[in-house]
Design a protein around this ligand. Structure first.
Ligand code: PLP
Length: 495
């Protein structure tokens, strides 16, 4: 930190609390708003300030607790036990066991780790083989990260570009390989918001002796109440489905808890224990870690526990009802816009919006230029690049919307922004955006210097996200991933 020079005459060497908090407020003023429904990804606003005060008070009570050792701090086990009990009912697995982790990524990592350990233990000749992780193309990046960290080979099954779902036959064929350690399905998938064929894949996996993980990171605390809240039928996806061996469900998404909390549940206690790391062969304290960290904060655990306790199933049904209504209205608005379409038939509160190729080119709307134009009207949407799949089909570029209870309160404004933005950019192809018309030919696809981009962004300049996504589509993925690494390192380096 940039501390002011010390003046011995003035005493303390640290800035006064008031000044520090003022500086924090100034830093925070650069952030996107976490409340109010203007950012349709990243944040999940319940619209309930009473819940947020409760969460903050609960977190403050445990601020100095170490979650490393629940025998020294039994509150950790009690809080976690209450949340797992809640999850048993919510996910219809009366005997499931599990943990509260730091987030969806950690839950997915640990599900893969458990399955890899089980795979290893069952194989004498494991040194000659490599475990496989079967995922639909729409599975979250966290599974690629897990395979990277824990050395599995990812087998990506294409999804149908019209539905966003993988074919059951393709998932089963990939799972038939003798080295498959785990097969993953999503409820729903993050990119397209559609629920995968969980029943069929889980059944086939069970017949093959392969565990099946349902990634309900985003759906886990909204789909259980979707139908009761008026959202219509949800295909089966929880522990009531035979063959489902583990489920991840984020408390910090539709659980409306502050960031840093997710549930990971297992049907089989032995598979559950396979993710624990235990060590007695060192001279320090005996180590047993069910999750990735050692010393860990329990602030998010306590806050999530308080929010879940205060809401209960009835509170979730009520909030889900608002989300259901806002999702239906947003979807109807998008479907009414010429040149755009909703990809597939989403179940739950996520929408992926793509170009409607059924209309003539001059009436089409590019989803990334649209997202930019919506952004200029005060709502932040999330662009997703198009991608070619192994079967030669292409998943179109799209724009992602995560709808929350507070979306309902801004609906008229949001719908107007979505419609006006489409009118503004209809008929533009990416490289024809007028603001770029004056640039040198080829500049739109010239490879930018990520360090210079980071500096410009830090100086308050807006990133042209449509251009970044276009670059990701155009470059080999390893090359664009490397540009991202360099960009973020530069963006976060001390100024
Ligand atoms: C958000 C999400 C994840 C990753 O969770 P984080 O909390 O961001 O680490 C994994 N899977 C799905 C389907 C998600 O929506």
């Amino acid at each position: 930190m940039n501390r002011p020079p010390t003046d011995p005459a003035k005493g303390p060497t640290h800035p006064a609390a008031e000044e520090l908090l003022g500086r924090l407020t100034a830093y925070r003023s650069q952030d996107a708003p976490t409340h109010g429904g203007r950012v349709l990804s990243y944040v999940y606003d319940s619209g309930r300030p009473d819940l947020e005060r409760l969460a903050a008070q609960a977190a403050e009570q445990v601020l100095w607790v170490n979650g490393l050792d629940p025998t020294t701090f039994p509150s950790v086990a009690l809080l976690e036990g209450d949340l797992v009990r809640f999850a048993r009912e919510m996910l219809r697995g009366p005997r499931v066991t599990g943990s509260v982790t730091s987030g969806g990524t950690e839950s997915c990592l640990l599900a893969v780790l458990a399955a890899r350990e089980r795979w290893r233990r069952a194989r004498q000749d494991r040194e000659q083989r490599r475990p496989r992780l079967v995922v639909p193309a729409s599975a979250h990046a966290a599974f690629h990260k897990a395979a990277h960290l824990f050395d599995l080979e990812v087998v990506v099954v294409p999804v149908d570009p019209r539905t966003g779902r993988p074919l059951v036959a393709d998932m089963v064929a990939a799972t038939e390989h003798p080295d498959v350690a785990l097969v993953v399905v999503s409820a729903p998938s993050y990119p397209h918001g559609v629920v995968d064929p969980v029943t069929e894949v889980a059944e086939a996996a069970a017949a093959l002796g392969v565990p099946c993980h349902v990634d309900a990171c985003i759906g886990g605390l909204v789909l259980p109440w979707w139908e009761a809240a008026g959202g219509g039928a949800v295909p089966p996806w929880d522990f009531s489905v035979p063959g489902v061996s583990s489920i991840s469900a984020d408390l910090h998404k539709y659980g409306f808890a502050p960031k840093g909390a997710s549930l990971l549940l297992f049907a089989d206690p032995e598979l559950d224990r396979a993710r624990y790391f235990a060590l007695t062969a060192w001279p320090g304290y005996p180590v047993v870690n069910p999750t990735l960290l050692g010393t860990r904060s329990t602030t998010s655990l306590a806050a999530a526990w308080a929010v879940v306790g205060a809401l209960g199933p009835d509170g979730y049904v009520e909030l889900t009802g608002r989300t259901v209504r806002a999702t239906a209205a947003t979807r109807a608005a998008v479907e009414g816009i010429e040149g755009l379409r909703v990809l597939g038939d989403p179940t739950g509160p996520l929408l992926a919006v793509a170009t409607d190729d059924a209309v003539p080119p001059e009436r089409r709307v590019d989803p990334h230029l649209w997202a930019g134009a919506v952004g200029r009207r005060g709502f932040v949407l999330q662009g997703q690049p198009g991608i070619a799949q192994s079967d030669g089909t292409v998943l179109p570029r799209s724009t992602h919307l995560t709808v929350t209870p507070v979306t309902e309160g801004v609906l008229p404004e949001l719908v107007r922004a979505l419609e006006e933005a489409a009118d503004e950019v209809r008929g533009w192809a990416q490289s024809e955006e007028p603001s770029r018309g004056a640039s040198e030919p080829g500049e739109a696809l010239g490879i930018p210097d990520p360090e210079a981009l980071a500096q410009a962004a830090r100086a308050g300049g807006d990133l042209d996200l449509a251009q970044v996504l276009e670059l990701i589509e155009a470059l080999p993925r390893e090359q664009s991933a490397d540009l991202l690494r360099r960009f973020l390192a530069a963006f976060t380096a001390p100024g």
